[in-house]
Design a protein around this ligand. Structure first.
Ligand code: PHE
Length: 472
């Protein structure tokens, strides 16, 4: 196959790729997950480690994915096969693509359920339910939603339905149109929320202090006495999750990137936008937390129990709240597409299946898997599938907790580790030099090479060993 175009279509420009990849990166991971996970892990120190992971591990992994994807021009499985072959390496490297497909299924299965919560909040907000409501009343609205199996099922179904529809239509018709307008709109609204938090809560300083003053004791000794490396692993995993790396989503999008666009500046732009959105979400949320006597460590409901308080008090809040959750849902969609696209593209390539049929089957399977997450918040809230593994992190986890933990903290980092190892030591030099344009960008190239050879792999391994308790 020619190396200049992909069979599935192409982005019309580098700028569209940046939007689409940012669309993949920016999602409920930034606005729902980052604040609550940072809150659970004590704030500042966690945020610092998270940002360090983005810069030192995330960006190099992302550049590697884009580079490999653009050379292979197919789904991650076939791209890895092709690039390994062109480099004279074993076809076993395509296992990276396979693991990514599994990770994508697992992540999308719960992602769709949580995005469903955001969908539910659009009509809630419009109806004026949050107007002047107390923090307790808003907490109850959230608890009633997640406690209701049928409501969750309905929103989960609608969310997945749209994902299937867009993926069925293909890259240019579906994906491109969706991201062009919505990403900038979300950004502006989020910024407005930070301005609100700064002027209306009286707790802006406390929020900033929580987010930006590192207290490593809180990260390493969460209960005050016993050492734990889990917080650092979570920060690294979240960096992977938030950037959509380690599972082939960015590799897939890289396959549609026109030749000639600079990989390094593209990756830096995407990572910068992604971190900024996460930090802005934190800056909007924590002042509200402190102003209302809520706990930063309250878990997955954090965003859904804080922002509505603000919407309930501001003029026109019913409208702004609805708009905010609408944009959040769109951000979730643009991420969800990239979770499903790799496997759909693979089936189209290898089985000659129709895109629409493939999208429906894969989306349907993911929907089914999502029931585990739906039930984790109500009828199976007390079920601990791995409860027998006493004294491990798994013992206390629901199905949702487990799927989330394994994908984010195990599968994505392992995927990332193999991707950087391949890019650093195994890919043909010619491919690497051409894709990263060593002639025109020698400095960026050398920084990247140093990071993928030494810093990223050693970092991933050390953080993981630390979490297993090897250095305790
Ligand atoms: N980055 C997305 C988010 O933050 C989630 C995602 C993970 C998307 C992995 C694709 C691949 O919401």
């Amino acid at each position: 196959m020619s190396n200049n175009v992909s069979a599935h279509g192409m982005w019309s420009s580098r700028w569209v790729f940046i939007l689409a990849a940012t669309g993949s990166a920016v999602g409920i991971g930034n606005i729902w997950k980052f604040p609550y996970v940072a809150g659970e892990n004590g704030g500042g120190a966690f945020v610092l480690v998270y940002l360090a992971c983005i810069a030192l591990i995330g960006i190099p992994v992302m550049m590697s994915e884009i580079m490999i994807g653009r050379h292979g021009r197919q789904s991650p499985i076939n791209t890895m096969l092709a690039v390994a072959r062109d480099s004279g390496r074993s076809s076993l490297w395509s296992l990276i693509g396979w693991m990514g497909v599994v990770a994508g299924f697992l992540i999308l299965s719960y992602y769709s359920v949580i995005a469903g919560w955001a969908m539910a909040y659009i009509p809630y907000s419009m109806s004026g339910m949050f107007t002047d409501a107390s923090p307790e009343a808003i907490g109850n609205i959230f608890n009633n939603l997640v406690g209701n199996v049928w409501l969750l099922l309905m929103w989960h179904t609608i969310f997945m339905g749209v994902v299937i529809f867009v993926i069925a239509r293909g890259v240019q018709n579906g994906l491109e149109k969706a991201v062009k307008l919505l990403m900038p709109a979300l950004f502006i609204l989020l910024f407005a929320m930070v301005v609100y938090a700064a002027f209306a809560t009286g707790q802006f300083a406390a929020g900033l202090k929580f987010l930006f003053t590192p207290d490593f004791g809180k990260l390493f000794y969460p209960d005050g006495t016993n050492f734990s490396g889990q917080g650092v692993l979570t920060a690294m995993g979240l960096a992977f999750f938030s950037l959509s790396i380690g599972m082939g989503a960015i590799m897939m999008y890289g396959a549609y990137l026109p030749k000639g666009a600079s990989v390094s500046s593209t990756a830096i732009t995407i990572a910068g936008a992604d971190s900024l959105v996460a930090i802005l979400a934190g800056m909007a949320i924590f002042p509200i937390v402190f102003a209302n006597g809520l706990s930063p460590g309250q878990g997955p409901g954090l965003v859904f129990q804080t922002l509505p308080i603000a919407f309930g008090q501001m003029p026109g809040g019913a409208f702004w709240g609805a708009l905010f959750f609408l944009l959040l849902v769109f951000a979730a969609w643009t991420s969800a597409f990239s979770l499903l696209e790799p496997v759909v593209a693979w089936l189209v390539e290898n089985r000659g299946m129709k895109r629409s049929v493939t999208a429906f089957l894969c989306g349907g399977a993911t929907w089914l898997l999502g029931l585990l997450t739906v039930f984790s918040f109500n009828i199976w809230a007390d079920v601990r599938p791995l409860g027998f593994l006493t004294d491990t992190v798994f013992a206390g986890q629901t199905f949702f907790d487990f799927i989330d933990y394994v994908t984010q903290n195990v599968m994505l980092p392992i995927g990332g580790l193999f991707i950087v190892m391949f890019a650093a030591w195994f890919i043909a030099r010619g491919i690497r030099d051409e894709e990263l344009d060593v002639t025109n960008e020698p400095l960026m190239f050398n920084i990247w090479l140093f990071l993928v050879r030494y810093v990223a792999p050693v970092g991933i391994i050390l953080v993981t060993l630390n979490a297993i308790g090897l250095f305790a």
